[in-house]
Design a protein around this ligand. Structure first.
Ligand code: SOE
Length: 370
């Protein structure tokens, strides 16, 4: 069985997923066969050249025209484009792999999760950092009880691409198109990682958050003559409680000078601790009973998650491998018609936390998540 794939979006995420699709037959021979059938976008000229480069045989400027030609829609457009094409695809029985955050608003995320529940097709959200071998290994250790009862989650995702007030405006800075800024773009990853690592104990039930926009207008052209308003947050921080009794702190920023793409999470339990940093993605820091400090271990052994598909022990992998791993798992779920996680329900659970953090900022009080 060959799965015909349609990919909406051909820039950063389009490349990351197209690269993953191309790698699958080489490194994951039991992955379903895929046909990079159609690349979907608005600008015909840019689309043609992207289709050539990324190995797609057709292009389309209207997503609705190609739903009947494909088995899977990759929805990699700006956040506001996640909603209608995903819902229409699921209603047409086409599986959907959608980038994060699920939607710009909680109400749109609810509609998407409802469409996923009612469809026989598979709906997955692309939280790629779950698929780092070190993160998978960390979850295994937490799930097998090695850290004991979890008390603390400390997660931050720091970038600095907006610290220059002349950095240009983009859709990521528009509330209408993105929903929120650092919160949805980066915070969604941290919240998902916490949920993934803690499993059933990862349910966040109360939040207190603050959001900040440091520069509220940005140039749209290189001369800086025209500007557009920034209507999302540049940074957020939140403290949360988990239903399990654990407490958490979360932070993200696009103004964290010196941090380009710094995604870290630390978990402290009654019997041990661990911490992960994307800047050292082949490693995990662990503290186990009897240790006098954190020990750094390499997650590059053949029996570590996914590693046997790649290189001999000690040969490191990179950021792009997360996309290969998630594409493998998602497409296998489509082929076997089995449920995929993270699902749209997981995307909705994260969105409830994002929404509560925004509400907390607006109201200046703790918000319960029902
Ligand atoms: C931009 O902030 C971005 O590309 C995010 O959208 C991704 O989800 C993150 O992995 C890297 O940074």
């Amino acid at each position: 069985m060959t799965l015909d794939i349609g990919v909406l979006g051909y820039r950063f995420m389009g490349k990351a997923h197209a690269n993953a699709l191309a790698r699958l037959p080489m490194f994951f021979p039991d992955a379903p066969d895929v046909n990079r059938h159609v690349l979907i976008g608005r600008n015909e000229t840019a689309l043609e050249s992207a289709a050539d480069q990324l190995g797609f045989s057709h292009t389309a400027t209207e997503w609705a025209d190609v739903l009947s030609d494909i088995d899977v829609l990759y929805n990699l457009g700006p956040n506001h484009v996640h909603v209608e094409p995903s819902i229409a695809a699921l209603e047409a029985g086409v599986s959907v792999f959608c980038e994060k955050p699920l939607a710009p608003t909680l109400s749109a995320a609810k509609r998407m999760a409802e469409a996923a529940r009612e469809s026989n097709a598979i709906a997955g959200i692309a939280f790629n950092y779950r698929y780092l071998p070190a993160v998978q290994y960390a979850r295994q250790r937490i799930m097998s009880g090695d850290l004991g009862e979890i008390h603390h989650v400390r997660a931050r995702y720091l970038q600095d691409w907006l610290v220059d007030p002349d950095a240009p405006w983009s859709w990521r800075l528009s509330e209408e198109m993105a929903g929120s800024g650092s919160l949805g773009d980066l915070g969604a990853h941290s919240i998902d990682l916490a949920r993934f690592l803690l499993g059933d104990a990862g349910q966040i039930d109360r939040v207190s958050g603050q959001l900040r926009t440091f520069v509220d207008e940005r140039p749209v052209d290189t001369e800086g003559e025209q500007t557009r308003p920034v209507t999302v947050d540049d940074a957020y921080s939140a403290q949360v409680t988990f239903a399990s009794g654990a407490m958490g702190t979360f932070e993200a920023s696009r103004f964290a000078t010196g941090h380009e793409n710094d995604n870290t999470i630390e978990i402290n339990g009654s019997a041990g601790s661990l911490r992960f940093s994307l800047e050292r993605l082949n490693e995990l820091e662990l503290l186990e009973p009897g240790d006098r400090g954190f020990q750094t271990i390499m997650i590059t052994d053949p029996d570590d998650p996914y590693i046997d598909h790649w290189w001999p022990p000690g040969h490191t992998i990179g950021w792009e491998h997360t996309f290969v791993h998630e594409n493998y798992e998602f497409l296998k779920s489509v082929q076997n018609n089995t449920g995929y996680t993270p699902s749209f329900a997981d995307g909705l659970a994260v969105q409830r936390v994002l929404d509560a953090i925004e509400e907390s900022d607006e109201r200046g009080e703790w918000i319960e998540i029902g």
